[in-house]
Design a protein around this ligand. Structure first.
Ligand code: HSE
Length: 311
């Protein structure tokens, strides 16, 4: 029986101004998956840990299962697969938890088969699973960032076109995760369906500025360009003391700060590890002050995405 264990990382998406089109992977946390090939046909989820009993073991209702089903059908694989999913990050955290499970699953299976598909080709299958969580409006930013590693731009969903871009080597990310669960599908429903052209102009100026700042290593431009005129003002209402946390991060020296994905996690960029730690202390202090439990992660951008832990 062939078996593999894979880790797939959390990801920060939107990155301020780039709603649904920008993202990057971080070093930890992340999910782990064990896949076993069996002779009995069919995909079974045999074990899930770390989800507090919230995830379904029905492969059609689980992001890891559904992604794998779509890949298995595409490859016309006729034998069976057993999945063990070990959630190592909170659900509804804004850190791409469902995307990490979906990516871990398709990446692991592709490795087991000796890599019939290139990494980029796996995005479409991971996205099939991710669709379970998006409330009918698919977005590939978490899946692409988790799978490709580094900093990604989702230029197009149809056809899928994902581009990796450069970023300053010393760019550090601080993330605080307030202990609240936010359901992505709900936070997508509350967004405005129509926006003013004048807001759109400001927003795409910032997206372009963010890309230019990252590629040229211009931290001032990165910080200025993180400003989000469209999504952050709406979603910030769901995160207690969001603007206090953001202001504390900026005052402590962060290059910029915004919501990670659909929240409630909040990320900030810094120019060094030392600065990222100071920023983390300042962000935590605000949440601790209002009695909201939280986790802190400090990470460089994860260049590689998923990796094999053992086979
Ligand atoms: N871009 C997505 C959103 C990420 O903000 O809704 C959440 O998974």
């Amino acid at each position: 029986m062939k078996k593999i264990k894979v880790f797939a990382p959390a990801s920060v998406t939107n990155v301020g101004s780039g709603f649904d089109v920008m993202g990057f992977a971080i070093e930890k946390p992340g999910d782990e998956i064990v896949l076993k090939m069996t002779d009995e046909p069919g995909i079974k989820i045999t074990k899930i840990t770390g989800d507090g009993g919230k995830l379904s073991k029905d492969p059609y209702k689980n992001t890891a299962g559904l992604s794998l089903i779509s890949l298995v059908e595409h490859l016309e694989y006729k034998k069976g697969i057993e999945i063990e999913l070990h959630k190592k990050m909170a659900l509804g955290s804004g850190l791409g938890s469902s995307a990490a499970s979906a990516v871990a699953s398709v990446y692991a299976f592709n490795e087991l088969l000796g890599k019939p598909l290139a990494k980029k080709e796996l995005i479409q299958f991971a996205l099939e699973g991710e669709k379970l969580t998006c409330g009918g409006t698919p977005h590939a930013d978490n899946v692409a960032a988790c799978l490709m590693g580094g900093f990604v731009i989702v230029r197009s969903l149809s056809p899928i076109d994902v581009v990796n871009i450069d970023y300053p080597p010393n760019l550090y990310c601080t993330i605080v995760h307030p202990h609240l669960e936010i359901i992505t599908a709900n936070t997508r429903k509350i967004l405005r369906k129509h926006i003013l052209l004048s807001d759109a102009v400001k927003q795409w100026g910032n997206v372009a500025g963010l890309v230019a700042g990252l590629v040229s290593g211009n931290y001032e431009l990165i910080g200025n360009s993180l400003q989000d005129f469209i999504v952050e003002p709406v979603r910030s209402i769901l995160i207690p003391n969001f603007y206090e946390v953001k202001n504390a991060a900026l005052k402590a020296g962060a290059v910029g700060c915004s919501i990670s994905g659909s929240g409630p996690s909040i990320f900030a960029f810094s120019k060094s590890k030392n600065s990222a730690e100071k920023v983390g202390d300042a962000m935590k202090k605000v949440l601790n002050g209002i009695g909201i439990g939280n986790d802190l992660y400090i990470s460089k951008i994860n260049k590689t995405g998923p990796r094999i832990i053992s086979d």
